[in-house]
Design a protein around this ligand. Structure first.
Ligand code: HEC
Length: 132
């Protein structure tokens, strides 16, 4: 019985390590994907490229907001974030391009993991309570 318990504990520990490892490599993939596809508009650390993302650009459209937890991104479910990545901003009158055909589903999931990872701990906790 004791042996069995030890076995179960070891199994649980190794599973948990696997998940952490998977998350880590997903975040790493997300970081590269972000640098190659998103950073020009959203900033290299998703901090935006303008001082005030609430202020319209000279052409009247709104700049790309920060995704790092200082704006609205964490108010949206993972499914809704995926929707924005797939379809861009057209649905809400924006100009973000659609990435549906440009990125694989692994890359899109990885982007969401990467963006989540940028948020401060208390925002992650609120997000988890609401959406996970
Ligand atoms: C050409 C500029 C541009 C690129 C490239 C771009 N975005 Fe955006 N993004 C925007 C703009 C502008 C908005 C605000 C909505 C709009 O106007 O379309 C936005 C909005 C978003 C939002 C919603 C933010 C919120 O707080 O609700 C997410 C999420 C997002 N972008 C993720 C990404 C990801 C991930 C990539 C790379 C795959 C990316 N964007 C590439 C310009 C861009």
């Amino acid at each position: 019985m004791k042996i069995l318990m030890i076995f179960v504990v070891l199994l649980l520990v190794s599973c948990d390590k696997d998940t952490t490892q998977n998350k880590k490599s997903s975040i790493a993939l997300g970081k590269i994907t972000f640098a190659n596809n998103c950073a020009t508009c959203h900033g290299d650390k998703a901090q935006s490229t303008v001082e005030d993302w609430r202020k319209p650009l000279p052409n009247g459209s709104y700049p790309a907001p920060p995704l790092n937890g200082t704006a609205h991104t964490w108010h949206h479910s993972p499914a809704s974030l995926l929707g924005t990545i797939n379809n861009g901003g057209k649905e809400f009158g924006g100009w973000m391009p659609a990435f549906k055909e440009k990125l694989s589903s692994d890359e899109k999931e990885a982007l969401i993991d990467y963006i989540y990872d940028l948020w401060p701990q208390e925002i992650k906790e609120q997000y988890d309570k609401r959406f996970k």
